[in-house]
Design a protein around this ligand. Structure first.
Ligand code: ATP
Ligand code: MG
Length: 561
């Protein structure tokens, strides 16, 4: 859908209202603020498309901001992966920013808070503080350290910063209101002591700011006009504004936090913490395992940037959290690949077909169209010979009149080739078919224009010449979770829903045009689905991932149950 065709979403309406009230277009500025504690997932794609989409719509800068305030969980590997994924999705950030670049400024402001009686060092344990928090209906209790003299606070805070005090011994808290109906306003923690090495600031800091303290202030420093986050931060908005009130200087851009609903996808989890568990416990092969809901997993699986952007645009943004069916994501990739993926022939469950009246040792290179959806895609040659592989389930010995694939005594067309007729079968001692014998009509070659070639035949099946076939490893995936919402019930471990049969590795036989296929390339294996070349491929052996079938088979299976 083009931007012009749809009505404005509620975030765009907020922006339009701000513009109507006098905000300058040139002052619009957005950011996408991931914490580098894991790889981005399909939920993040919604946030990326929202923020960068606003940047494109309003011709405004969008920063990529790493919210790197917790060195215990953050790593450079994740920073690199996040940059790669945002770029791959097709977006360009204005500036690459890090909350850690603002640590000094944040510290200086915190000192100012102490000097103005707006913050104090609390020396209680976290258990003691928890007991004083109160409940939503009961006010909290003030800490005995709340009225500590300013000088003492300053001295302790300096020692915290310089690493002279042990972890957990002290925190810096904002002095707000222990009776507030919003629990987050009850003297929230601004800093905790962490003697941890930070991937960018090294060992310089021994205190690290909390999210609420760092986030709005980072927005302020970067002059962000609209700071968009997910709904779980709605209650944090009051605190976001309180912090800004204390540091705001008249005339500067005052960022505005607005919330939208998280996007969850069925049959998977979208939480870096849970995805990390899947990686660490070996349920998948890594963050980019093609079964993962990560952007890198989807890329390896064969998803295109356009398909993910279309998915995000199609679901749009909402004010209420809900579960999006993964079949919509699959629809989006199918739709895109149908337009761009070259068609090839591959047989994944082979049975040998022998054309009795085709000359021994003869081979022909037949014309095959690369993509009927794209007239510029051209054509290629595929080799044809006496012995072919076809799919086992494209043959049925005793078929009824509704069966339009190969059977004995009836005709089908071999795609791009000839019309054949089933004659007989050879079976092994267990009754399994090992060879299907057919005869062909030499005048019926596709595209030859002869009367025989124009005969209407109901069924067409694909094939690969045995002598020319490339053997490849094909990885066929199923849902990683059997439950629609594995994360939905807090009482049940999401891992108990892991599908034990989510990966099936088979050997496929491919037409030789694929010999030089490169990692990341997408193909349609005709009549089977979309497949892409996995980076595990070598010159000796191609490896393919199945991206998605041509039709939605899962919906059919579920309806039957
Ligand atoms: P996770 O729980 O997976 O770590 P997070 O919200 O903690 O998610 P961040 O790195 O803090 O991850 O997220 C960066 C941005 O992406 C935030 O603005 C966040 O609100 C947004 N985001 C994260 N998950 C989703 C989701 N499922 N749907 C929409 N936006 C999301
Ligand atoms: Mg987070």
């Amino acid at each position: 859908m083009s931007k012009e065709e749809r009505s404005l979403n509620f975030i765009e309406l907020i922006i339009e209202e701000d513009l109507a009230k006098g905000m300058k277009r040139d002052d619009l500025r957005f950011r996408f603020p991931p914490e580098p504690n894991g790889y981005l997932h399909i939920g993040h794609a919604s946030s990326i498309c929202l923020n960068f989409g606003l940047g494109l719509r309003y011709n405004a800068p969008v920063n990529l901001r790493f919210d790197d305030t917790n060195p215990a969980k953050e790593e450079q590997e994740y920073v690199d992966a996040i940059k790669r994924d945002v770029e791959w999705l097709g977006f360009k950030w204005a500036e690459e920013c890090y909350a850690s670049d603002y640590f000094q400024e944040l510290y200086d402001w915190a000192v100012m808070f102490i000097e103005r009686g707006l913050a104090y060092v609390d020396s209680q344990t976290s258990e003691q503080m928890a007991l004083q928090k109160g409940t939503p209906t009961q006010p909290g209790t003030e800490s005995p350290y709340r009225n500590r003299p300013i000088e003492e606070n300053l001295e302790l805070f300096r020692k915290m910063k310089d690493g002279e005090l042990p972890e957990g011994s002290h925190v810096l808290r904002a002095k707000i209101d222990m009776t507030s109906s919003n629990m987050l306003m009850r003297d929230p923690i601004m800093y905790r002591i962490l003697h941890k090495h930070h991937h960018r600031t090294g060992d310089k800091w021994h205190i690290y700011p909390m999210y609420d303290w760092a986030h709005g202030e980072s927005d302020y420093i970067e002059r962000i006009s609209h700071s968009l986050c997910t709904l779980e931060f709605a209650m944090h908005r009051e605190l976001y504004d309180w912090f800004l009130n204390q540091i705001y200087t008249e005339g500067k851009m005052r960022p505005k936090q607005r919330e939208f609903a998280r996007r969850n996808l069925s049959h998977t989890v979208v939480s870096k913490r849970k995805l990390l568990q899947l990686v660490q416990e070996g349920h998948v092969k890594g963050w980019d395992d093609p079964r993962m809901s990560t952007i890198s997993g989807l890329r390896r699986r064969g998803y295109t940037p356009a398909s993910i952007r279309n998915f995000a645009d199609t679901i749009g943004i909402a004010k209420r959290t809900n579960l999006i069916d993964v079949s919509l994501l699959e629809f989006c990739v199918r739709e895109d690949l149908n337009k761009v993926a070259p068609r090839v022939m591959a047989v994944l469950d082979p049975v040998k077909l022998i054309i009795d009246n085709y000359p021994e040792g003869q081979e022909e290179w037949l014309d095959a169209e690369n993509n009927p959806e794209d007239e510029n895609a051209g054509s290629r040659k595929v080799p044809f010979s006496k012995e072919l592989y076809i799919e086992r389930d494209d043959f049925m010995e005793n078929a009824n009149s509704k069966y339009f694939r190969l059977t004995l005594g009836k005709e089908v067309r071999l795609k791009n080739a000839y019309i054949i007729k089933g004659e007989s079968v050879v079976k092994d001692e267990n009754g399994n078919i090992t060879e299907i014998h057919v005869t062909y009509d030499p005048d019926s070659k596709s595209g030859s224009g002869t009367e025989a070639s124009l005969r209407k035949i109901k069924g067409t099946i694909h094939w690969v010449s045995v002598n020319h076939a490339l053997e490849a490893e094909v990885r066929v995936y199923d849902r990683l979770f059997t439950h629609e919402n594995p994360d939905g019930d807090k009482e049940v471990d999401f891992k108990s829903y892991i599908n034990p049969d989510s990966l099936n590795v088979i050997t496929g036989y491919l037409e030789p045009s694929l010999e030089n296929a490169k990692a990341g390339e997408n193909y349609q294996f005709q009549r089977l689905g979309y497949f892409c070349v996995d980076p595990d491929s070598t010159a000796q052996k191609l490896v393919f991932n199945k991206t998605v079938g041509l039709r939605d088979t899962w919906a059919k299976i579920e309806n039957k149950e």
